[in-house]
Design a protein around this ligand. Structure first.
Ligand SMILES: NC(=O)c1ccc[n+]([C@@H]2O[C@H](COP(=O)([O-])OP(=O)(O)OC[C@H]3O[C@@H](n4cnc5c(N)ncnc54)[C@H](OP(=O)(O)O)[C@@H]3O)[C@@H](O)[C@H]2O)c1
Length: 437
């Protein structure tokens, strides 16, 4: 039986799960690869912390050169976050001719082109199933199982921290700040949650999915995004009243053009009102879900744990197996990912201002005569038609006015919000959300 030696860089949450599967489920992995897969070296800055798994003597090291300079290690699982030294280590491993498995979406979303060009030059593969949706096999689904389709749209919940916070706000009627604190206490949010709650993590994952599904090359920072910090308990109260849930949705939507002109691709990350009863509205807690529409398959839906030690390790070790049996190389050579020389597909990124949709607005106002007339006047001048407007009877002086619009453009809604925020009676920035379903 052929022996494959594997090195692991990063013995944190996911690295520990991967070590557990590779060491404790060795027989299973041998059966699925037809090879004796040996984890021979683990590198982490901290070699003293107890990770809850007994390692053979001499396996742990603090120096990644122990993997880099071992010619017998042909496959490296790199599980450290960030885009600094992580990029250097990955490029050095590729240059040394090693196949890579990673879960680092930030690195791929930022340096995908450099990494894949280097891998192509060296004839090695880079697998990254765990980089999007954790344990959900969405990369394989889009790149292999849905290969007969032209993808029409992706609507996804890709950040467990945000979904945990929003689900808890919905369940307990609480506001954002105390719910974030509770999520941090329970380990569902980092001490510095900015990348998650501002939507950057979701935008990085959406850029990877869009690259695979639509062939577009884009900088994840160019994806328009709104975070969840502006969502309040009040929004959930009205969402319930109107039959919606609120989710941080990653949206990639093909807009068909006529006469051979390139299709447009709408991309965004924003808190979205999702109609109750749809599968994505039912996704709660730290779970992820991806809804994909293809021209042949129609609607398909993928749901599961988007994070965590063993769910994410499940995707990482699947990549290890695929790399060993040669599936990764076949798929990614065929897809020719992040190749600047590959001809562009007939699709271009739509300008955010031109994208159309229905909107929810929450305008916080002083309760005085003529407020609704002022709001209606601004919206009418912007060409925006009101679908419904709710103002509850209240003894408070400051009240929310909730407006649901008919279809309009993002440009028109932003222009109208700019004017609404200038009104004397408006006390806070107006909150807007897209409506889906
Ligand atoms: N956690 C999840 O559920 C999840 C899900 C999907 C994808 N991912 C991705 O998977 C990757 C790993 O995530 P994680 O949650 O396992 O992170 P983690 O718990 O922070 O583990 C990373 C480990 O790598 C070590 N490390 C950092 N720099 C190193 C270096 N230069 N050389 C050797 N070791 C180094 C860290 O040591 P120190 O602690 O001493 O810095 C830490 O033990 C990230 O890219 C993340 O985005 C994570």
């Amino acid at each position: 039986m052929k022996t494959i030696k594997v090195g692991l860089v990063g013995f944190g949450t996911i690295g520990t799960g991967v070590a557990k599967l590779l060491l404790l489920e060795k027989e299973r992995i041998c059966k699925r690869t037809g090879c004796d897969v040996q984890l021979v070296k683990i590198v982490d800055l901290d070699t003293t912390r107890d990770r809850g798994i007994q390692l053979p003597e001499g396996m742990l090291s603090a120096d990644y050169h122990d993997i880099l300079n071992d010619p017998e290690i042909s496959l490296v699982v790199q599980l450290i976050g960030g885009t600094g030294v992580e990029r250097t280590i990955m490029l050095e491993m590729i240059e040394a001719g090693k196949n890579i498995v990673t879960a680092n979406k930030a690195l791929l979303a930022t340096y995908g082109e450099e990494i894949f060009c280097a891998a192509r030059k060296k004839g090695v593969s880079v697998a990254f199933e765990a980089a999007v949706g954790g344990g959900i096999p969405i990369i394989a689904a889009i790149s292999e199982s849905l290969a007969a389709n032209e993808i029409e749209s992706i609507h996804a919940i890709l950040n467990g921290t945000c979904n945990f916070i929003l689900s808890n706000m919905e369940e307990h009627g609480s506001d954002y700040a105390p719910t974030l604190k509770e999520a941090q206490r329970l380990g569902f949010a980092e001490a510095n949650p900015a990348m998650d709650v501002e939507g950057s993590d979701t935008a990085q994952k959406l850029s990877i999915l869009s690259h695979i599904a639509f062939g577009v090359h884009l900088d994840w920072k160019d994806i328009p995004k709104v975070g969840i910090e502006t969502v309040s308990g009040t929004d959930f109260r009205y969402a319930k009243l109107l039959g919606y849930s609120i989710k941080l949705l990653a949206i990639a939507n093909r807009l068909r053009s006529e006469n051979g002109a390139p299709d447009k691709l709408e991309l965004s990350v924003c808190p979205t009102m999702v109609k109750k009863g749809s599968p994505i509205a039912a996704v709660s807690g730290a779970y992820n879900a991806v809804s994909v529409i293809g021209d042949a398959v129609e609607h398909s839906f993928y749901y599961g744990k988007g994070a965590g030690e063993l769910p994410t390790a499940s995707a990482v070790v699947a990549d290890v197996i695929d790399t060993i049996v040669g599936r990764t190389k076949i798929t990614f050579d065929t897809l020719d990912l992040w190749n600047p020389e590959k001809p562009a597909e007939n699709i271009e990124i739509a300008k955010a201002a031109d994208v159309t949709g229905r909107y929810y607005l929450r305008v916080m106002v002083e309760d005085r005569l003529g407020v609704i007339a002022d709001l209606a006047d601004i919206l009418s001048k912007a060409g925006i038609s009101i679908c419904s407007c709710v103002q509850e009877n209240s003894n408070d002086n400051i009240i929310p006015i909730i407006i649901m619009t008919h279809e309009t453009t993002e440009g028109a809604i932003l222009g109208a919000i700019g004017s609404i925020n200038q009104l004397d009676c408006v006390v806070n920035e107006t909150v807007r959300m897209r409506i889906y379903g």
